[in-house]
Design a protein around this ligand. Structure first.
Ligand SMILES: NC(=O)c1ccc[n+]([C@@H]2O[C@H](COP(=O)([O-])OP(=O)(O)OC[C@H]3O[C@@H](n4cnc5c(N)ncnc54)[C@H](O)[C@@H]3O)[C@@H](O)[C@H]2O)c1
Ligand SMILES: [Zn+2]
Length: 372
């Protein structure tokens, strides 16, 4: 029987990884500190009772050492993804927490056979583009002056022409344009480089926007589907940044859980950073429309010239590598959204936590408005 540690196993992705592993006959331990931003009501009922649950902080040396005892495979999902101005906390939990875990595995010579780490498409600066003149290009983040003029397009880094979005392959430059993105680069690089040094197979999965049942309805920095959904259920308009035509690639959480199992079991992805998405880009305004259709709440989305510097315009995952290892997403957007809404209807007290956060972000200068 294989023994897994799932860090962050109370969260959206981690808890589905836990369920899948248990259904496949694994013995599973969860380490999660029940981050209050995400788990306002304490320990969620969905934590699988066949898993051993350890409430504790990844960053605590003794806690993580004990959690790694008699483990074969680590699925490292824990990360801070909350209040954006808390930059030290991002670095502490995501970068330091990961580095310390690796150091301890080495120091104690623990017989870990593989580490699968949750990375993110946030490691890219901007999605790949096609320039009419230069073909495939990797534009960098759009300058703030451009966004202030209300020019949302992505221009060719060589000639300035408007590019057309292309699926982004793993060899696109990574940098991270937000502190969160930066710490996801740290996490994947630390794990992959360290794995090569010590000879332990490691895989970094660059998830696209992941959604589904159990996505925190409390954390206002959670995904766009959860935010729009709670807005609509409070009869508030979803707020679209820019012109709403920016695209994202969406993954249903059960597919992402399957990607984790695949990464653990195949050798084909060892040592690699791998996109895990759907391969399709969906404009954000379509998400708002889809949600109001399914919810039957006819509140039109609002566009008021706001934007967040550092955000990508178009991002679709190139899925060639994951598919070559046998990964196939199985739940499409309409089915996934319907299943998410079935779940959210069972949740009580769906307050709109976004408005408050949005005010704070404006005051802290994280959300800007066009200068027109
Ligand atoms: N959801 C997405 O769209 C998405 C996209 C790309 C990458 N990711 C990454 O996937 C992973 C899982 O994300 P999620 O969407 O399930 O988020 P989530 O917030 O639902 O789950 C994260 C879990 O980690 C726990 N945690 C946070 N800090 C911890 C600490 N110091 N010690 C122990 N546990 C801690 C939280 O309590 C939470 O249960 C994260 O690494 C995230 O960066 C998520
Ligand atoms: Zn060009």
């Amino acid at each position: 029987m294989k023994r897994a540690l799932v860090t962050g196993g109370a969260g959206l992705i981690g808890s589905h990884v836990v369920d899948l592993l248990i259904s496949e006959g694994w013995k599973v331990r969860v380490l999660d500190n029940l981050e209050p931003n995400t788990h306002k009501r304490g320990k969620p009922a969905w934590i699988n009772d066949k898993a051993e649950f350890v409430e504790g902080n990844l960053c605590n040396r003794d806690t993580i050492t004990a959690a790694l005892d008699r483990i074969d495979i680590v699925f490292h999902q824990a990360a801070y993804g909350g209040y954006m101005p808390e930059i030290a906390k991002f670095v502490h939990v995501n970068s330091f927490g990961t580095a310390q875990m690796l150091e301890l595995i080495r120091e104690r010579n623990l017989p870990i056979k593989k580490i699968v780490v949750a990375s993110s498409q946030a490691v890219y600066s901007e999605g790949a583009g096609n320039c009419p003149k230069h073909g495939l290009v990797f534009p960098s983040v759009r300058p703030i002056e451009q966004l202030q003029r209300g020019d949302w397009e992505v221009h060719c880094p060589v000639c300035g022409a408007i590019t057309r979005s292309l699926p982004t392959p793993e060899n696109a430059p990574v940098g991270g344009e937000t502190v969160y993105g930066l710490t996801k680069v740290d996490q994947e690089k630390l794990v992959l480089l360290w794995g090569k040094q010590v000879g332990i197979p490691t895989v970094a999965l660059r998830y696209s926007c992941t959604y589904g049942p159990r996505q925190s309805i409390f954390n206002p920095y959670t995904g766009v589907i959860a935010i729009f959904c709670t807005r609509l259920l409070n009869n508030l308009a979803p707020m679209l940044y820019e012109d709403g035509k920016q695209t994202r690639d969406f993954s249903f959480v059960e597919d992402v859980a399957r990607a984790n199992l695949l990464a653990a079991e195949t050798g084909k992805l060892d040592g690699l950073a791998v996109n895990i998405g759907s391969g399709k880009g969906t404009p954000i305004y379509e998400i708002a429309e889809l949600l109001s259709d399914v919810l039957k709440i006819d509140t039109a989305a609002e566009i008021n010239g706001q934007f967040r510097p550092g955000e990508m315009r178009y991002l679709t995952s190139d899925m060639t590598l994951a598919e070559s290892a046998g990964y196939r997403p199985t739940v499409g957007l309409s089915e996934g959204i319907a299943r998410y809404i079935d779940w959210i209807r069972t949740q009580s007290d769906i307050r709109d936590y976004f408005s408050e956060a949005s005010e704070i972000l404006k005051n802290k200068g994280i959300v800007h408005r066009v200068a027109r």
